[in-house]
Design a protein around this ligand. Structure first.
Ligand SMILES: Nc1nc2c(c(=O)[nH]1)N[C@H]1C(S)=C(S)[C@@H](COP(=O)(O)OP(=O)(O)OC[C@H]3O[C@@H](n4cnc5c(=O)[nH]c(N)nc54)[C@H](O)[C@@H]3O)O[C@H]1N2
Ligand SMILES: Nc1nc2c(c(=O)[nH]1)N[C@H]1C(S)=C(S)[C@@H](COP(=O)(O)OP(=O)(O)OC[C@H]3O[C@@H](n4cnc5c(=O)[nH]c(N)nc54)[C@H](O)[C@@H]3O)O[C@H]1N2
Ligand SMILES: [Mo]
Length: 666
């Protein structure tokens, strides 16, 4: 006899799918989508189904591993906890808590495993990634904060009402499958879907119009569109007058923008840009849906602000089916508060930029970093400059990595702790990227004998470290406390939250009341907050990095369809594929299937070439996530940061190619 248990997908993804998990006896036998979830409606992807393979994988870590003379040996949980406590005490005695660094990302999007941050706050505060910092999306978040005051998005249902939807640097067919339905709905209603992406992705192929902009050229494209719209009077003067400030300053920037640069900066003909401006401004309503690929540049934040301005000058803000949507934080704003409250216990604070974690670990002084905790992250493979991150972790006296598998990061650790699977503990799953829903995941099966999940582990560590302030409560009590503001604000009970997916229904159309959360209460073309950050106050054109002498191709490394970051490359042994335009491949006699060394200032990896018209001239494209055994792309990338939000500017790395003389193996 089997039973069906409701659960959800904790991957770092837009969709946060609801699962129905079939359990036979003590074993999960199947993972399916839950048809009752209003957004994900029973459809899940191969990565969601792969939680089952990961649960029972022979390579899954089940016991703590300690490195002794360069080799891992299994130890008991008691011994692992003793070692951690002893090391924590020693580092606190000798250098204070700032000698501890905490590196974490979103490898698991459930509330219960955010207690790591809470523990380190109660410890008095340790060295952490800068609060504005992110490997992922923060340039866009902070840029939108300047213009709108905070960051709000339209949900898919509302966007389905668009008459023109511009997917700007976003690839939902690979990264956000449920959004494809909204694209289709727009097309069905007679609207147009436009995809602006340097590569002809599957999303571009599904769209009505693909605009292959040069990487980093979105600001130039947006400024050219603004100039065309302003010159032809296709702007919403009433919206500008009533709901914005700083338009005159912005207008000056638009007029100062050199239109003769447009074709070289965007790679697009002016005629095509005129057509785009015309389609966008004449459709009612018209929406822009921003992706994260386009902000991973040193000018990424300015480019986002330049696109926000298009929404404002055409009056497409606060309109159903319109907006400039970057993400949808509606539910997550009510979820993280309880953990954030623990910041009151922080007495010491030192921050570092996430892209520069290696720099920090290698060079921090007063105090040096002697203890590193890594969880829900695989920085060796995912942070720029892989070799340096490896070196940096090795240099730290003692490092703990918590993961389900022996990743490239875990291999560098002094101590590796196994993590539980989503099916082994109950949790609340949410996404701040897109889905407005909070979903409860029930425990389906027991974890392997003796395994201690992160929620319980930090309770034990808090007790051993005598942190009397740490809320050492049951998981249920923790959830209830965390959701108190949500339950109070929306009159929902805890039992209801556990029963079915919950979304806040209050604000379907962001900024419909035209009350922006900026200091002026209006959309700000000119932002004092930006000036306070040392950035141009007015939305402006920023060319960014356009070349690197000796390295003729820009390297872009976006996300793969079949893996969430590095997680599903676990068993992948094939070399990464480098996509090249025929114009770049031909002179080097590179053909599809050729082995090619891709070389940057930082390193070199061997790839297999795919020569394709889908690629844009001057750009090499390799999807990110492959492990070192096959060739990690971040071996090539530089640890550059964006203009806004300390975001990693991954795609400002340039490379050269050399056709390899290696014989291709079987
Ligand atoms: N299958 C899958 N799904 C995922 C993930 C995954 O790894 N795999 N990761 C999740 C996470 S962590 C994230 S952040 C999101 C990312 O979700 P998306 O933003 O949709 O994906 P990306 O691959 O980061 O970038 C989207 C597109 O931006 C394009 N791009 C790159 N540079 C530029 C540019 O200068 N201008 C323009 N206009 N376009 C550009 C890329 O070619 C790419 O097709 O996806 C989430 N979902
Ligand atoms: N070159 C390049 N690099 C990039 C990007 C890019 O576009 N180009 N994109 C960036 C982006 S958008 C992001 S978000 C980052 C992602 O960077 P990471 O979050 O570091 O990437 P993941 O590969 O998802 O690693 C998450 C790890 O968490 C582990 N994990 C899963 N469940 C649990 C759990 O319950 N507990 C613990 N402790 N661990 C668990 C997984 O096994 C996995 O090893 O990568 C960035 N790196
Ligand atoms: Mo991300």
């Amino acid at each position: 006899m089997s039973k069906i248990v409701r659960s959800a997908c904790p991957l770092d993804c837009f969709d946060a799918c609801a699962f129905l998990v079939e359990v036979e006896g003590e074993k999960v036998v199947q993972v399916k989508g839950d048809p009752d979830h209003p957004v994900t409606r029973g459809i899940i992807c191969s990565k969601g189904r792969a939680h089952l393979e990961r649960l029972y994988s022979g390579e899954r870590l089940k016991k703590p591993l300690k490195k002794v003379m360069g080799q891992f040996v299994e130890i008991s949980w008691d011994e692992a906890i003793d070692v951690i406590v002893e090391k924590l005490r020693r580092v606190i005695e000798t250098s204070g808590p700032l000698g501890i660094a905490h590196v974490h990302d979103c490898g698991y999007s459930g509330l219960s495993k955010s207690v790591d941050a809470m523990f380190f706050n109660h410890l008095g505060g340790v060295s952490v990634e800068s609060s504005g910092g992110s490997l992922c999306w923060k340039a866009g978040i902070v840029a939108q904060k300047m213009d709108f005051g905070t960051q709000k998005g339209h949900d898919a249902e509302d966007l389905s009402k668009s008459k023109c939807m511009i997917l700007w640097g976003r690839n939902p067919v690979a990264t956000n499958i449920h959004f494809v339905k909204a694209m289709r709905a727009v097309q069905k209603n007679g609207g147009r879907v436009i995809c602006i992406d340097p590569f002809k992705t599957k999303t571009a192929k599904l769209s009505d119009w693909h605009i292959p902009v040069k990487p980093g050229g979105d600001g130039a494209l947006a400024f050219a569109m603004a100039r065309i719209l302003i010159d032809s009077g296709k702007i919403d003067r009433a919206f500008i007058d009533q709901h914005t400030i700083g338009y005159e300053a912005y207008l000056k920037e638009v007029m100062a923008f050199d239109m003769s640069l447009v074709e070289s900066r965007t790679g697009l003909a002016l005629e095509e840009i005129k057509r785009l401006a015309d389609v966008y401004s004449s459709a009612e309503p018209a929406s822009i849906v921003l992706g994260y690929g386009m902000q991973r540049y040193q000018n990424g934040g300015n480019n986002i602000r330049a696109i926000d301005a298009l929404g404002a000058i055409t009056g497409n803000i606060g309109v159903s089916g319109g907006g400039v949507t970057y993400s949808n934080k509606s539910i997550s704003n009510y979820v993280a508060g309880y953990v954030e409250e623990s910041e009151a216990f922080v007495k010491h604070k030192r921050t570092f930029k996430p892209a520069k974690v290696a720099d920090f670990l290698l060079n921090a002084v007063d105090p040096q970093v002697n203890f590193l905790w890594v969880a829900k992250a695989n920085p060796v493979v995912q942070v720029p400059d892989t070799s340096r991150v490896e070196e940096a972790i090795r240099k730290v006296g003692f490092s703990v990595v918590v993961d389900m598998f022996l990743t490239d990061t875990a291999k560098e650790a002094s101590l590796v702790l196994p993590a539980t699977s989503i099916f082994e503990e109950s949790d609340f799953i949410f996404s701040s990227m897109y889905s407005p829903y909070l979903v409860y995941a029930n425990q389906c099966v027991q974890s392997p004998e003796g395994m201690i999940g992160e929620y319980d582990l930090f309770k034990i560590l808090a007790e051993r470290m005598k942190l009397d302030t740490y809320p050492a409560v049951s998981r249920d009590v923790f959830f209830r406390k965390a959701f108190a503001p949500l339950m109070d604000s929306f009159g929902v009970t805890y039992e209801a939250l556990c029963q079915k997916p919950f979304a806040i229904d209050a604000e379907r159309v962001p900024w419909a009341d035209h009350k922006f959360e900026t200091p002026s209460g209006k959309f700000e073309f000119e932002s004092k907050r930006a000036a306070e950050l040392g950035l141009p106050s007015t939305i402006c054109y920023d060319a960014g990095k356009t070349e690197e002498p000796g390295y003729p191709l820009r390297l872009i490394t976006p996300h793969a369809a079949h893996s969430t970051n590095s997680q599903h490359f676990k068993d992948h042994m094939k070399r990464p594929v480098v996509y090249l335009a025929p114009q770049d491949a031909r002179p080097l006699e590179i053909e599809t299937g050729s082995l090619v060394s891709v070389i940057s200032k930082r390193g070199e990896i061997l790839c297999e070439a795919e020569v394709t018209e889908a690629a844009i001239e001057g750009t090499a494209r390799i999807t990110e996530g492959t492990w070192c055994k096959a060739g990690a792309v971040n071996i090539l990338t530089e640890d550059l940061t964006c203009d806004y939000g300390d975001q990693a500017a991954y795609y400002d790395t340039f490379v050269k190619l050399s056709k390899s003389t290696f014989v291709k193996d079987a």
